[in-house]
Design a binder for this molecule. Sequence first.
Ligand code: FAD
Length: 287
Amino acid sequence: MKLTELFATGKPVLSFEVFPPKTTDKIESVKKATEEIAALHPAFMSVTYGAGGGTSAYTVAIAKNIQETQKVPTLAHLTCVSSTREQIDHQLSLLVENGIENIMALRGDIPEGASAPEEWSFQHASELITYIKTKGDFCIGGACYPEGHPESANQREDIQNLKKKVEAGCDFLTTQMFFDNNILYNFLYKIREAGIQVPVAAGIMPVTNGRQIARICRISGNALPPRFKQIIDRFADHPAAMKQAGVAFATEQIIDLLANGVEHIHVYSMNKPDVAAKIMDNLSKIL
Ligand code: FAD
């Protein structure tokens, strides 16, 4: 099923993101965790590609398993930064063979010691999207950054580049995580004003490791609101308490988004069935 059909229903769409294993010996445990998340019946699930500790080799295997065992549509991520055109062709063929119609098309982070950009087959996600469009009838998603992509000089430039990505054929966007909903509301206003009209799924990260998220935010430039910093200060050294507080904060963010008309929510569930289940339970009468 193409995700554009889900976004067109006018009903709230809640999805979960998982990542593939790094090594073959972990494939069964990741399959089990992702099946448990799929059994909660989110609208769809996305499987990352070479991110979050996973590798690109198992993205399709995990996505296929979710679709086959739980009948939940999947979105397979695909990055182009260190891939040749032939590698992208191979991955696209694998997706078709395994019945996966939805692709999150990304550039990926530039690895240390990468060759000169002029040598790459694709410089930006928009070029990958243009290419995918010539290769089949896929539904294509792209990434966007409510606080600006770290490489961009400013948000105006980033939104102009985002517009190029949408014009290349991106059917919907998913945002980077954010912890202050006002940042998302301002961003949506600006992209709509810039003429970007595709559906946008708001990326929500339930924080279960306080120390880790403080470090990630320092690197990515994500703002941590004072209210959230207090939670980290108080609970970061108490894992069970941090998990409970992190899930409660994420739930509150989601309820506020839905109450303000943001109908598409993408939860970075990080292969944690208990976190995904708690969020679903907290929203059981709302979704
Ligand atoms: P692009 O859209 O190419 O943008 C990258 C930078 O280039 C931006 O600063 C942009 O403004 C600029 N730019 C874009 N187009 C142009 C242009 N035409 N001319 C000049 N400048 C331009 N990483 C993974 O490795 N695997 C994953 O599975 C993964 N999943 C993700 C899912 C989501 C929802 C998000 C938000 C990010 C994900 N990432 C993943 C991280 C992502 O790969 C990085 O953030 C990467 O640095 C940028 O990827 P992009 O597709 O946004 O790149």
